[in-house]
Each structure stands twice: as C-alpha cells, then as structure tokens.
Design a protein around this ligand. Sequence first.
Ligand code: GUN
Length: 294
Amino acid sequence: MQLIDGKATANKIKEELKKEVAAIIDSEERAPHLVAVLVGNDPASDTYVSSKEKNAKKLGFTSSVYRLESDTSEEELLKTVDFLNKDPEVDGFIVQLPLPEHIDSDKVIQSVDPKKDVDGFHPVNLGRMMTGLPAYLPATPNGIMELLKRYEIETEGKHCVVLGRSNIVGTPMNILMSRKTNPGNATVTMCHSRTKNLEEHIKSADIIIAAMGKKEFVTADMVKEGAVVIDVGIHREKSDKTKSGYKLKGDVAFDEVSKKASFMTPVPGGVGPMTIVSLLMNTLKAYKKEIYPE
Ligand code: GUN
C-alpha cells in the first residue's frame, strides 16, 4: 500500500504558492488578499479560521479575519459581505460555517459575489463546475482531485463510490469524478443514508471516497483488494497516549483497510492539510482573475 501523503503534498504546493506570491510582490504589485469572516466563537471554527490566516500570511498573502459577535444580525452580516464584495483590494473571502441558527446560511452564501467566492459554495460556482466551465472548486474536493493527480492515480473507466452527499464534499466529488477530465472519467455511484446494499456497493469500488461522517465505518471486509481509499472523515477520540489527550480517526478503519488498499490517505495527514492550500490556490486564481477574466 502506498500512503497518499497529504501533508507533504500540501507543503510542496505551499512552496509553489510562496514562490508565485513572492514574484508578484517583487514586481511591486500588491499581494493577493484573503479575508475570512467568523461569526461567534465556536472553538473549532476559530481554530480553522486562525489556521487559514496563519498559513496565508506565511506564504506572503495579505490575510485578515473579521470577527463578529454571535448575536450579529443577518442584516449586519449581509452588509459586511456587501462591503467585501465591493472592496477592490479584497480578492477573495469566505464566511466560516456553521453560522449561528438565527442566520440563514443559504442567503449569506448567495450574497457573496461569485467572483470572490473562493470557498466555491455559491450556486453559480457549483453550476459552472457542473457544466465544466472554469469555477472555484470547494476546498476538500479540490484537494482530493489534486492528490489523485499528483499521485498519478488512474481514474478513467474505474468505479468510484462516493459515501456521503453533502454540498461541500459528496456532491461535488460525484460531479468532478465523472467529468471528462483527468482525474475524472470514472463511473460514480453516490451512496448515502438511504442507500440499500451499501456494503455491496463499496465492495465493487475501485476508488472509495468516504465522506459520510461515521467513525471507522468502512472496514476491511467491505473493501476490494487493491482499491484506492480516500478518507475525508475527522473524528476526535479520547486517548491517554497523546499529549493533546485525543487522537484523530477517519471514516475508514485505517489499520485493517490499509492492508488491502493500493493507495490510501491517512487521518490525520491525508485530505485535511490539502483543504487550506486549496483555498489559497483559489485566492491566487481570484487575484489573477483566472476564473472570471474582466
Ligand atoms: N466549515 C467547514 N469547512 C468549511 C469550509 O471549507 N469553508 C467554510 N467557509 N466553512 C467551513
């Protein structure tokens, strides 16, 4: 089994981005600018947003976080989005999810200018992706496609089983893997909570993309010998063996499945590290007006 090292791949891409941003600054242009909007103080969201900011700055981007109180009204948040939409010095921005319950997330996502929607969550970007037009791709699917590409994993004509149908991972993966591209050109089966004979579907997969959010759900008996396994799950499990007091597990039982897989992503260090670089790749594309030329 060859491990798909997301951390090493992400570091390589970060070096590539850093060089490109340095060249931009050398030519006395302003740096690409990413803004994250965080409403409230959910600790996990706070950690994600701080990590996005820190990584962006390390690579030479301008990066800032708008921290809004948890009782911020929907109207105030929409005003902030409008302000960022209009600021010519902001190339891309994200509104961290989940939002507090009194705010309609769909309304907020739809208020972001698709040209600055570096999360790739706006229906215009999702629709463009679906029809094969240039689009900002959501971070996790983009990170997975980049790993498949860089590890030269053959996908054409293969049977890919996607577990989970979220707007952020499962649904875009289904579209990207079946598109006429490389990676892509696969025959995709999308499985979800109502799928019958789930194990049979998984067993017939050449490529498994597990994003259903159930800890260690995929076990060795469900996996075909030689399958490629991409694990998107992140679950904290208490542990007295680590300094932090917990360890991370995926949607796949790594120890047993890794004995059958040909390629596999670990958790942590697989898909996770790729998501921030995907966001920064999108921000650079926004700066260069690659997706929406003027
Ligand atoms: N919450 C969990 N993942 C994401 C993401 O990729 N973008 C945003 N905006 N919020 C998230």
